[in-house]
Design a protein around this ligand. Structure first.
Ligand code: NAD
Length: 298
């Protein structure tokens, strides 16, 4: 024990992030509830554990990449959770996007065990996870940031200190609210252009040198065939699931309510992505908003 890194949650993001750790020479101990996800990492050379507490008993640094606040709570504070066996001095970096108040709660519990919990959510999507070019937004005690940065550099390009624990989540939630809005805007714009008879690739190329340019139009276009290697060109599989986007927009709306901040477009986006979930698109990438708009044209 001592030199290995624990990795919990090996999905669309966690899977490739863990592979990057392996490729940078770290030995890793992994856990996921999905056997399929575990098998993929074992095939790459990771060591399998049967629970989060077993992971914690074998390592002194833990990274987690789980869907939501409930998963993070049970992974750390539940039966067979990390806090059952954690060793004093362990550094925890949670990269899931969750409620900042849950990050604070986990940091408090970790502190009681002599361990350090930092929130380190990411921006960049699946291709950045694969390429090791993620942005990490890190919250927690500043004196721990250097150690966090060393580890996160194996998976990301920009590692940014954001202040106290929970602040990484705060930035992340704000960013995703904007992403949610710009993706809907891109999809409805592309759809309108196509119905005016424009060829989608030409339209995107012009937008991307004009003032409508944004990440969704340039690097994650929601129209199939405009870009290769994005979910829209792969039947909207992989990528960032609509249900996860709804979760992030819910976090943004809770934060907006807390702080009495007006977020009219964020609020409308939340409802639109919820409608998508009820239209069978919950597990598809969130850029499948394009399908919803197309459907309504029929
Ligand atoms: P995912 O659903 O693909 O993966 C989550 C993994 O966690 C799955 O393999 C699942 O089996 C596993 N899991 C669930 N409960 C578990 C538990 N109790 N113990 C162990 N493993 C468990 O999700 P993802 O797309 O990898 O996203 C993970 C987090 O990263 C989310 O909070 C998401 O909002 C955030 N995020 C995703 C993206 C993206 O583009 N996909 C980008 C930035 C941030």
């Amino acid at each position: 024990p001592g030199s290995s890194v624990g990795f919990i949650g090996l999905g669309n993001m966690g899977g490739p992030m863990a592979v990057n750790l392996l490729n940078k020479g770290h030995s890793i101990v992994v856990y996921d509830v999905s056997e399929e996800a575990m098998k993929r990492l074992e095939d790459e050379g990771a060591c399998a554990a049967s629970s989060p507490s077993e992971v914690a008993s074998k390592v002194d640094r833990i990274i987690s990449m789980l869907p939501n606040s409930q998963h993070v709570r049970s992974c750390y504070a539940g039966d067979k959770g990390v806090f059952q066996t954690i060793q004093p001095g362990t550094l925890i970096l949670d990269s899931s996007t969750i409620d900042p108040t849950v990050s604070k709660e986990m940091a408090g519990l970790a502190g009681k065990k002599g361990a350090v919990f930092m929130d380190a959510p990411v921006s960049g999507g699946v291709n950045a996870a694969k390429g090791g070019t993620l942005t990490f937004m890190v919250g927690g005690e500043e004196k721990e940031f250097e150690a966090a940065k060393v580890l996160l550099s194996a998976m990301g390009k920009n590692i940014v200190y954001c202040g106290e624990v929970g602040n990484g989540q705060a930035v992340k939630i704000c960013n995703n609210m904007l992403l949610a809005i710009t993706m809907i805007g891109t999809a409805e714009t592309m759809n309108l252009g196509m119905r005016l008879g424009l060829e989608p690739k030409l339209m995107a190329s012009i937008i991307n040198t004009a003032t409508g340019r944004c990440w969704a139009s340039e690097l994650y276009n929601p129209v199939p065939g405009v870009l290769e290697n994005v979910p829209s060109s792969n039947n909207y599989q992989g990528g960032f699931g609509t249900a996860l986007m709804v979760k992030d927009l819910g976090l943004a709306q809770a934060a907006a309510t807390d702080t009495q901040s007006p977020t009219p477009l964020g609020s409308l986006s939340h409802q639109i992505y919820r409608l998508m979930c009820n239209s069978g698109l919950a597990e598809k990438d969130f850029s499948s908003i394009f399908l919803l708009l197309q459907e309504q044209n029929k």
